[in-house]
Design a protein around this ligand. Structure first.
Ligand SMILES: Cc1cc2nc3c(=O)[nH]c(=O)nc-3n(C[C@H](O)[C@H](O)[C@H](O)COP(=O)(O)OP(=O)(O)OC[C@H]3O[C@@H](n4cnc5c(N)ncnc54)[C@H](O)[C@@H]3O)c2cc1C
Length: 475
């Protein structure tokens, strides 16, 4: 056990997560008289809205996932700790995180939990092996491998049925991510890969976007949903609505129609963008509070000041919070974090009374989705529009929010190459990206067995856990 630093103790703020909420919280505390420890299980800050462009070869992973440590290196009051948070003790005011076999216990005075959400398969987690989601860099690279790999396999096979299966792409979930992915797979086939094969014409591929709901882009309303649908159909994307996926396997998917009949779609490449489930840390916190609950998606039903009952120093923000009329979007996470840090800073000056806090108020800046090159749909309050202007607005907004000057420059350059020409700069794939998930699952099984009691692990040779207790976060 080691004790880190012996400097006089300042107010300790622990932030869980380096996504939109976590990073915004850390940055807004840069001038505050506090020590910040940001704990996250990845080394990067991920700009999720552009993940689909990594999956479809437009951008590299580095452009949308800068190192959190490097972003915060000039912020002297902030320390970054890599590790997966496995425990939060609201009574002891500590957060436990784990990296390999090292367990770190970090005390806090204020806690901001921004651990986001993960893909939900609605109780069918085994679907993930065949239909990866779109939540992480690993997901995006795996999907790129599967898209390009499907065309390569179609080129090689002699069987027409297998060629058809390889050239059928199914995107499950017609929300913004599904729409963007379906549009981009169609564009890869039509523009980037056209003429690059001898035995197949990539333009013959089928791209199917399906959803159990009766509309495309339901949160954006009927008008924009229909606009996006028509644009996708004009690109050859098949839209199948009222179609619920009941099974996913290696060979394809099974779909149940509204009338109860089931049908198969034989397809090699499937993507899941149909639902989200908040981080399990939400449940962990709610269970220790004085009566806070979680909703069906695992989000914490926070108090009007984004805290949990009985713990005015514990804030839950972003995709983990359940607040009426606040969507799971980047703006909600950023605004929630700014609200929480404002209260923390007021508390330092003795100006925060939890009993009289003004409730969190969300300012809706609108939502957008790209459908194809030069075409997007956009909703800003009562204004709804689509087409080229919406697409330009989408480009400008995403560039504005991308972290880092270098990322903005290289992203602009990559967009020029893709949108004005036919090529994409990031079409490389590797076998490891495609099969890494299966290997990781196997590795996890083996490591779980190692950490099991000595009898189960054979010779009892599990690596010892090193426990690190932090007395102070940063200085
Ligand atoms: C593909 C996709 C496209 C999107 N497009 C848009 C868009 O166009 N516009 C928009 O506004 N929003 C969009 N969103 C939603 C937006 O990205 C989220 O609402 C936002 O990221 C939520 O921020 P957050 O901080 O709550 O969580 P996240 O940004 O997801 O960050 C969660 C962080 O917590 C870390 N973490 C999780 N569990 C643990 C743990 N146990 N221990 C340690 N660290 C942990 C993660 O590594 C990550 O750093 C999109 C999301 C996706 C997936």
């Amino acid at each position: 056990m080691s004790v880190q630093s012996a400097k006089p103790r300042r107010h300790q703020v622990v932030i869980i997560g380096s996504g939109f909420g976590g990073l915004a919280a850390a940055k807004s505390l840069r001038r505050a008289d506090v020590d910040v420890t940001l704990i996250a299980k990845t080394t990067h800050h991920l700009f999720q809205p552009l993940l689909y462009q990594v999956a479809t070869g437009i951008l590299s992973e580095g452009e949308i996932a800068p190192s959190t440590r490097v972003i915060l290196r000039k912020q002297k009051n902030a320390a970054v700790l890599l590790g997966e948070v496995t425990g939060i003790d609201l009574a002891a005011k500590t957060v436990t995180s784990k990296l390999i076999n090292m367990e770190t216990v970090t005390p806090y005075d204020s806690l901001i939990v921004a651990a986001g959400a993960q893909q939900s398969y609605f109780g069918n987690d085994h679907f993930a092996t065949y239909a990866p989601g779109m939540k992480t860099i690993d997901d995006a690279l795996e999907l790129r491998g599967r898209i390009v790999g499907a065309f390569e396999a179609a080129e090689v096979t002699n069987s027409q049925a297998e060629r058809d299966r390889r050239m059928t792409f199914v995107v499950v979930g017609a929300g913004p991510t599904g729409v963007e992915l379906a549009g981009q797979i169609a564009e890869i086939a039509d523009r980037t890969l056209e003429g690059a094969f001898h035995n197949i014409d990539p333009r013959d591929c089928r791209v199917i976007l399906l959803d159990a709901a009766p509309a495309v882009l339901p949160p954006m309303g009927e008008k924009l949903g229909l606009k996006a649908q028509r644009q996708l159909e004009s690109m050859g994307v098949e839209i199948q609505l009222n179609a619920m996926v009941t099974n996913v396997d290696y060979m394809g998917i099974t779909v149940k129609e509204k009338d109860g009949t089931e049908r198969r779609i034989e397809c090699a490449c499937k993507v899941w963008s149909a639902g989200v489930q908040a981080s399990p840390l939400g449940k962990l916190i709610a269970e220790q509070s004085d009566g806070t609950t979680t909703d069906r998606a695992g989000r914490v039903v926070v108090e009007p000041d984004l805290t949990v009952k009985g713990h005015p120093n514990v804030f839950v923000v972003g995709d983990m919070m359940s607040v009426p009329n606040v969507p799971g979007m980047a703006q909600g996470a950023i605004q929630g974090s700014h609200y929480a840090t404002k209260l923390i800073k007021a508390g330092l000056k003795g100006e925060d009374d939890p009993a009289t806090r003004k409730p969190f108020k969300y300012f809706d800046k609108g939502s957008m989705a790209t459908v194809s090159r030069f075409n997007a749909v956009c909703q800003i309050r009562k204004f709804e529009f689509g087409g080229f202007i919406a697409w330009l607005a989408w480009l400008a907004l995403h560039l504005f929010y991308l972290v880092g000057y270098k990322s903005r420059v290289t992203t602009t350059f990559s967009w020029f190459i893709t949108f004005l020409g036919r090529s994409r700069g990031q079409m490389a794939i590797t076998e490891r990206w495609i099969y890494g998930r299966i290997a990781m699952e196997q590795l996890k099984k083996e490591s779980d067995a190692l950490e099991a009691p000595p009898l189960a692990s054979g010779d009892g040779a599990a690596p010892p856990v090193e426990v690190i207790k932090q007395s102070q976060a940063a200085g």
